[in-house]
Ligand binder design. Sequence first.
Ligand SMILES: NC(=O)c1ccc[n+]([C@@H]2O[C@H](COP(=O)([O-])OP(=O)(O)OC[C@H]3O[C@@H](n4cnc5c(N)ncnc54)[C@H](O)[C@@H]3O)[C@@H](O)[C@H]2O)c1
Length: 273
Amino acid sequence: MAIEDGAGVVVTGGGSGIGRAIARRLADGVPVARGVRGDGFPPARIVVNDIDPAAAALVADEIGGYPVSGDAGTEDGVRDIIAAAREHLGEIDIYCSNAGIGAGTGPDTPEDVWQRAWEVNALAHVRASRELLPAWLDRGRGTFVVTASAAGLLTMLGSAPYSVTKHAAEAYAEWLAATYGHRGLTVHCLCPQGVRTQMLADSGRAGQVVLMANAIEPEQVADALWEAMRDGRFLVLPHPEVRDYYVLRATDTGKWLRGMSRLQQRIEDEEAQ
Ligand SMILES: NC(=O)c1ccc[n+]([C@@H]2O[C@H](COP(=O)([O-])OP(=O)(O)OC[C@H]3O[C@@H](n4cnc5c(N)ncnc54)[C@H](O)[C@@H]3O)[C@@H](O)[C@H]2O)c1
Protein backbone atom coordinates (compact mmCIF):
# COMPACT_ATOMS: atom_id res chain seq x y z
CA MET A 1 0.00 0.00 0.00
CA ALA A 2 1.40 3.45 -0.87
CA ILE A 3 1.94 5.95 1.92
CA GLU A 4 -0.62 8.23 0.24
CA ASP A 5 -3.27 5.59 1.05
CA GLY A 6 -2.59 5.85 4.77
CA ALA A 7 0.81 5.29 6.29
CA GLY A 8 1.43 2.16 8.35
CA VAL A 9 2.77 3.36 11.70
CA VAL A 10 4.08 1.61 14.82
CA VAL A 11 4.41 3.43 18.15
CA THR A 12 6.17 1.58 20.98
CA GLY A 13 5.20 2.58 24.50
CA GLY A 14 2.06 3.97 22.91
CA GLY A 15 -0.20 3.16 25.84
CA SER A 16 0.42 6.40 27.70
CA GLY A 17 2.26 9.71 27.80
CA ILE A 18 4.24 10.83 24.76
CA GLY A 19 3.64 7.60 22.82
CA ARG A 20 -0.13 7.89 23.22
CA ALA A 21 -0.03 11.52 22.07
CA ILE A 22 2.04 10.55 19.01
CA ALA A 23 -0.35 7.70 18.15
CA ARG A 24 -3.35 10.02 18.44
CA ARG A 25 -1.68 12.77 16.40
CA LEU A 26 -0.51 10.52 13.58
CA ALA A 27 -3.84 8.68 13.44
CA ASP A 28 -5.29 11.87 11.96
CA GLY A 29 -2.77 11.84 9.13
CA VAL A 30 0.95 11.71 8.53
CA PRO A 31 2.77 14.47 6.68
CA VAL A 32 5.10 13.16 4.03
CA ALA A 33 8.45 14.94 3.85
CA ARG A 34 8.71 18.06 1.76
CA GLY A 35 8.89 17.50 -1.95
CA VAL A 36 7.20 14.09 -2.20
CA ARG A 37 3.89 14.88 -0.57
CA GLY A 38 0.53 14.71 -2.28
CA ASP A 39 -2.31 17.06 -1.43
CA GLY A 40 -3.77 15.72 1.79
CA PHE A 41 -2.71 13.65 4.76
CA PRO A 42 -4.93 10.55 4.85
CA PRO A 43 -5.48 8.89 8.25
CA ALA A 44 -2.67 6.55 9.19
CA ARG A 45 -3.08 2.94 10.27
CA ILE A 46 -1.52 2.69 13.70
CA VAL A 47 -0.14 -0.24 15.66
CA VAL A 48 -0.07 0.72 19.33
CA ASN A 49 2.51 -1.26 21.25
CA ASP A 50 2.92 -1.27 25.00
CA ILE A 51 4.30 -3.63 27.61
CA ASP A 52 0.98 -3.04 29.38
CA PRO A 53 -1.61 -4.84 27.19
CA ALA A 54 -4.60 -2.97 28.66
CA ALA A 55 -2.99 0.41 27.96
CA ALA A 56 -2.21 -0.56 24.36
CA ALA A 57 -5.76 -1.86 23.85
CA LEU A 58 -7.35 1.31 25.24
CA VAL A 59 -5.40 3.65 22.95
CA ALA A 60 -5.82 1.39 19.91
CA ASP A 61 -9.56 1.24 20.53
CA GLU A 62 -9.78 5.02 20.80
CA ILE A 63 -7.97 5.71 17.51
CA GLY A 64 -9.14 2.72 15.48
CA GLY A 65 -5.67 1.15 15.58
CA TYR A 66 -4.28 -2.29 16.37
CA PRO A 67 -2.95 -3.15 19.83
CA VAL A 68 0.23 -5.23 20.04
CA SER A 69 1.46 -5.88 23.54
CA GLY A 70 5.12 -6.73 23.94
CA ASP A 71 8.44 -5.73 25.44
CA ALA A 72 10.43 -3.31 23.29
CA GLY A 73 13.38 -3.88 25.62
CA THR A 74 14.31 -7.39 24.43
CA GLU A 75 15.51 -8.74 21.10
CA ASP A 76 12.64 -11.23 20.81
CA GLY A 77 10.16 -8.62 21.95
CA VAL A 78 11.12 -6.18 19.20
CA ARG A 79 11.09 -8.92 16.58
CA ASP A 80 7.63 -10.06 17.65
CA ILE A 81 6.23 -6.50 17.75
CA ILE A 82 7.42 -5.86 14.21
CA ALA A 83 6.18 -9.24 12.92
CA ALA A 84 2.73 -8.62 14.45
CA ALA A 85 2.66 -5.08 13.08
CA ARG A 86 3.46 -6.33 9.58
CA GLU A 87 0.52 -8.74 9.80
CA HIS A 88 -1.77 -5.76 10.39
CA LEU A 89 -0.13 -3.16 8.17
CA GLY A 90 1.87 -4.89 5.47
CA GLU A 91 5.21 -3.07 5.33
CA ILE A 92 5.70 -0.49 8.06
CA ASP A 93 6.17 3.08 6.82
CA ILE A 94 6.95 4.85 10.10
CA TYR A 95 8.38 3.25 13.24
CA CYS A 96 8.28 5.35 16.39
CA SER A 97 10.74 3.77 18.81
CA ASN A 98 9.39 5.60 21.81
CA ALA A 99 9.26 3.25 24.79
CA GLY A 100 11.70 4.31 27.46
CA ILE A 101 12.29 4.11 31.18
CA GLY A 102 13.74 6.30 33.87
CA ALA A 103 16.22 4.17 35.78
CA GLY A 104 18.75 4.35 38.56
CA THR A 105 20.80 7.13 40.08
CA GLY A 106 24.61 7.16 40.13
CA PRO A 107 27.41 4.61 39.83
CA ASP A 108 25.85 2.57 42.64
CA THR A 109 22.89 1.74 40.42
CA PRO A 110 22.70 -2.07 40.32
CA GLU A 111 24.05 -3.78 37.21
CA ASP A 112 20.66 -5.20 36.25
CA VAL A 113 19.10 -1.71 36.30
CA TRP A 114 21.91 -0.35 34.08
CA GLN A 115 21.36 -3.29 31.75
CA ARG A 116 17.60 -2.79 31.51
CA ALA A 117 18.08 0.95 30.82
CA TRP A 118 20.55 0.07 28.08
CA GLU A 119 18.15 -2.44 26.51
CA VAL A 120 15.00 -0.31 26.61
CA ASN A 121 16.48 3.15 26.00
CA ALA A 122 19.21 2.30 23.49
CA LEU A 123 19.31 -1.26 22.13
CA ALA A 124 15.59 -1.16 21.28
CA HIS A 125 16.42 1.28 18.45
CA VAL A 126 19.25 -0.90 17.15
CA ARG A 127 17.10 -4.01 17.18
CA ALA A 128 14.13 -2.36 15.49
CA SER A 129 16.27 -0.90 12.73
CA ARG A 130 17.88 -4.32 12.19
CA GLU A 131 14.41 -5.71 11.40
CA LEU A 132 13.21 -2.76 9.35
CA LEU A 133 16.18 -1.63 7.27
CA PRO A 134 16.41 -4.45 4.71
CA ALA A 135 12.88 -3.82 3.36
CA TRP A 136 13.20 -0.04 3.67
CA LEU A 137 16.51 0.12 1.80
CA ASP A 138 15.07 -2.20 -0.84
CA ARG A 139 12.19 0.12 -1.59
CA GLY A 140 14.18 3.31 -0.88
CA ARG A 141 11.83 4.67 1.78
CA GLY A 142 11.19 4.43 5.53
CA THR A 143 10.90 6.72 8.54
CA PHE A 144 12.45 5.94 11.92
CA VAL A 145 11.57 8.08 14.93
CA VAL A 146 13.72 7.78 18.05
CA THR A 147 12.34 9.24 21.27
CA ALA A 148 15.60 10.19 22.96
CA SER A 149 15.47 13.17 25.35
CA ALA A 150 17.14 16.50 26.03
CA ALA A 151 19.15 14.28 28.41
CA GLY A 152 20.64 12.75 25.26
CA LEU A 153 22.00 16.13 24.17
CA LEU A 154 22.78 17.51 27.64
CA THR A 155 22.53 15.43 30.82
CA MET A 156 19.92 14.44 33.38
CA LEU A 157 21.03 15.30 36.89
CA GLY A 158 20.15 12.49 39.28
CA SER A 159 20.33 9.64 36.74
CA ALA A 160 23.53 8.47 35.11
CA PRO A 161 21.88 5.46 33.40
CA TYR A 162 19.22 7.67 31.83
CA SER A 163 21.77 10.25 30.64
CA VAL A 164 24.14 7.69 29.18
CA THR A 165 21.52 5.56 27.44
CA LYS A 166 19.74 8.61 26.00
CA HIS A 167 23.07 9.88 24.62
CA ALA A 168 23.44 6.46 23.02
CA ALA A 169 19.94 6.72 21.54
CA GLU A 170 20.70 10.12 20.04
CA ALA A 171 24.07 8.92 18.74
CA TYR A 172 22.44 5.92 17.08
CA ALA A 173 19.76 8.09 15.48
CA GLU A 174 22.51 10.32 14.04
CA TRP A 175 24.46 7.31 12.82
CA LEU A 176 21.38 5.93 11.04
CA ALA A 177 20.62 9.25 9.37
CA ALA A 178 24.21 9.75 8.29
CA THR A 179 24.59 6.20 6.97
CA TYR A 180 21.27 5.65 5.19
CA GLY A 181 19.88 9.12 4.45
CA HIS A 182 21.07 8.96 0.85
CA ARG A 183 19.24 5.63 0.45
CA GLY A 184 15.83 7.00 1.43
CA LEU A 185 15.80 6.61 5.20
CA THR A 186 14.34 9.55 7.14
CA VAL A 187 15.21 9.79 10.83
CA HIS A 188 13.71 12.09 13.45
CA CYS A 189 15.18 12.34 16.92
CA LEU A 190 12.85 13.67 19.63
CA CYS A 191 14.64 15.47 22.44
CA PRO A 192 12.13 17.02 24.84
CA GLN A 193 12.90 18.25 28.32
CA GLY A 194 10.18 17.83 30.94
CA VAL A 195 6.85 16.47 29.68
CA ARG A 196 3.88 15.98 32.01
CA THR A 197 3.64 12.20 32.03
CA GLN A 198 3.93 9.44 34.60
CA MET A 199 7.67 9.33 33.98
CA LEU A 200 8.10 12.95 35.04
CA ALA A 201 5.87 12.39 38.07
CA ASP A 202 8.19 9.54 39.09
CA SER A 203 11.44 11.42 38.44
CA GLY A 204 12.25 12.41 42.03
CA ARG A 205 13.68 15.63 43.39
CA ALA A 206 16.08 16.29 40.47
CA GLY A 207 13.26 15.89 37.98
CA GLN A 208 11.03 18.22 39.94
CA VAL A 209 13.70 20.93 40.32
CA VAL A 210 15.13 20.75 36.80
CA LEU A 211 12.13 19.90 34.68
CA MET A 212 8.81 20.77 36.29
CA ALA A 213 8.80 24.56 35.78
CA ASN A 214 9.08 24.33 31.99
CA ALA A 215 7.25 21.04 31.53
CA ILE A 216 4.95 20.78 28.55
CA GLU A 217 2.08 18.48 27.59
CA PRO A 218 2.66 15.27 25.58
CA GLU A 219 0.42 16.72 22.84
CA GLN A 220 2.96 19.53 22.30
CA VAL A 221 5.67 16.93 21.76
CA ALA A 222 3.49 15.13 19.21
CA ASP A 223 2.82 18.44 17.43
CA ALA A 224 6.56 19.18 17.30
CA LEU A 225 7.20 15.75 15.79
CA TRP A 226 4.46 16.26 13.21
CA GLU A 227 6.01 19.59 12.16
CA ALA A 228 9.48 18.03 11.93
CA MET A 229 8.04 15.27 9.72
CA ARG A 230 6.40 17.85 7.49
CA ASP A 231 9.68 19.80 7.24
CA GLY A 232 11.96 16.76 6.97
CA ARG A 233 13.94 17.85 10.06
CA PHE A 234 16.11 15.41 12.08
CA LEU A 235 16.27 17.10 15.46
CA VAL A 236 12.94 17.70 17.21
CA LEU A 237 13.19 20.17 20.09
CA PRO A 238 9.75 20.78 21.63
CA HIS A 239 11.50 23.04 24.19
CA PRO A 240 13.28 25.63 21.99
CA GLU A 241 15.65 26.65 24.83
CA VAL A 242 17.33 23.24 24.58
CA ARG A 243 19.01 24.44 21.39
CA ASP A 244 20.77 27.22 23.34
CA TYR A 245 21.94 24.82 26.06
CA TYR A 246 23.18 22.42 23.37
CA VAL A 247 25.12 25.21 21.66
CA LEU A 248 26.65 26.28 25.01
CA ARG A 249 27.62 22.69 25.82
CA ALA A 250 29.38 22.40 22.45
CA THR A 251 31.07 25.79 22.43
CA ASP A 252 31.91 26.37 26.11
CA THR A 253 31.65 23.00 27.82
CA GLY A 254 33.33 24.23 31.00
CA LYS A 255 30.82 27.03 31.46
CA TRP A 256 27.95 24.67 30.78
CA LEU A 257 29.28 22.16 33.34
CA ARG A 258 29.70 24.90 35.96
CA GLY A 259 26.04 25.84 35.44
CA MET A 260 24.96 22.21 35.79
CA SER A 261 27.04 21.89 38.94
CA ARG A 262 25.26 24.89 40.47
CA LEU A 263 21.95 23.25 39.61
CA GLN A 264 23.07 20.04 41.32
CA GLN A 265 23.96 22.05 44.39
CA ARG A 266 20.46 23.56 44.38
CA ILE A 267 18.88 20.10 44.21
CA GLU A 268 20.98 18.97 47.19
CA ASP A 269 20.10 22.11 49.15
CA GLU A 270 16.39 21.52 48.54
CA GLU A 271 16.74 17.87 49.51
CA ALA A 272 18.43 18.89 52.76
CA GLN A 273 15.56 21.20 53.77
N1 LIG B 1 8.28 12.65 30.35
C1 LIG B 1 9.40 13.31 30.11
O1 LIG B 1 9.70 14.31 30.78
C2 LIG B 1 10.31 12.86 28.99
C3 LIG B 1 11.29 13.76 28.55
C4 LIG B 1 12.15 13.37 27.52
C5 LIG B 1 12.02 12.11 26.94
N2 LIG B 1 11.07 11.25 27.40
C6 LIG B 1 11.00 9.94 26.76
O2 LIG B 1 9.72 9.77 26.18
C7 LIG B 1 9.42 8.38 26.07
C8 LIG B 1 8.03 8.14 26.62
O3 LIG B 1 8.02 8.49 27.99
P1 LIG B 1 6.74 9.08 28.74
O4 LIG B 1 7.18 10.30 29.45
O5 LIG B 1 5.60 9.12 27.81
O6 LIG B 1 6.58 7.94 29.84
P2 LIG B 1 5.29 7.16 30.36
O7 LIG B 1 5.81 6.39 31.51
O8 LIG B 1 4.13 8.06 30.50
O9 LIG B 1 4.97 6.17 29.14
C9 LIG B 1 5.83 5.17 28.75
C10 LIG B 1 5.01 4.02 28.18
O10 LIG B 1 5.95 3.05 27.70
C11 LIG B 1 5.56 1.78 28.17
N3 LIG B 1 6.76 0.95 28.26
C12 LIG B 1 7.75 0.99 29.20
N4 LIG B 1 8.68 0.08 28.94
C13 LIG B 1 8.28 -0.58 27.82
C14 LIG B 1 8.83 -1.64 27.07
N5 LIG B 1 9.97 -2.23 27.43
N6 LIG B 1 8.17 -2.05 25.95
C15 LIG B 1 7.00 -1.47 25.59
N7 LIG B 1 6.42 -0.47 26.28
C16 LIG B 1 7.07 -0.02 27.38
C17 LIG B 1 4.89 2.01 29.52
O11 LIG B 1 4.03 0.94 29.90
C18 LIG B 1 4.14 3.33 29.25
O12 LIG B 1 2.85 3.10 28.75
C19 LIG B 1 10.54 7.66 26.83
O13 LIG B 1 11.48 7.17 25.91
C20 LIG B 1 11.13 8.76 27.69
O14 LIG B 1 12.46 8.48 28.03
C21 LIG B 1 10.21 11.60 28.41
